[in-house]
Design a protein around this ligand. Sequence first.
Ligand code: CA
Length: 244
Amino acid sequence: MDPGSWDFTARKGPDIMSGERILIVEDEEDIAELLEYNLQRQGYEPSIAGTGEDGLNQSRESIPDLILLDLMLPGMSGLEVCRRLKGDPATEKIPIIMLTAKGEEEDVIAGFDAGADDYVTKPFRPKVLLARVKAVLRRGASRKVRQEDVLEIGDITIHPGRHQVTVAKQPVELTRTEFRILHFLASRPGWVFTRSQIVRSVHGDDYPVTGRSVDVQVAALRRKLGESGHMILTVRGIGYKMGD
Ligand code: CA
């Protein structure tokens, strides 16, 4: 029996949560090995890169399904690795979970701006990390929301084509910007977005908007959504996400 073809068959199923290849970029050996051990036990196929350069090379040689990226690396920083991966069409779609030191909010924000998909703070419980890995891989599979798709989240329904929003079937009047922010957050429930990512998505790269004005828009949006306003969650020190 050819184990390679087995593997391939297993990976084709939409509900198979194991067998995905996960690259661990981490210079601390004990942490890397702890991750490797736990991922293997869950049926994933982990590999380890001890430096940023090695991580980049391995990612380019054989595209992993997910990267766990330590931000504090000797030589090329994790942030730089993230920027390069997300700046290269060949690797930009690989989801990245950052591993950050506790209390390093600035790092997390910079990581999100560099395109990272999620983060876990060290020291972490393997259970928590595995849950994030699973969630990010699952999101990746359902990532393609078409611009014109009607989105339903809780009682909120968003009709992009009609530029219309209803809450419990009652229409809600939103400004253009409020609508765009809501649509952006709702197209990826559970994803955390920084204020600058929200500004860019709504207005494009060059728009001179501060993070503060995003706060004002979100406050207005929550008010207009009434009881469903709590679906837009504040992620302290970082930005916003839509509850899922
Ligand atoms: Ca490190």
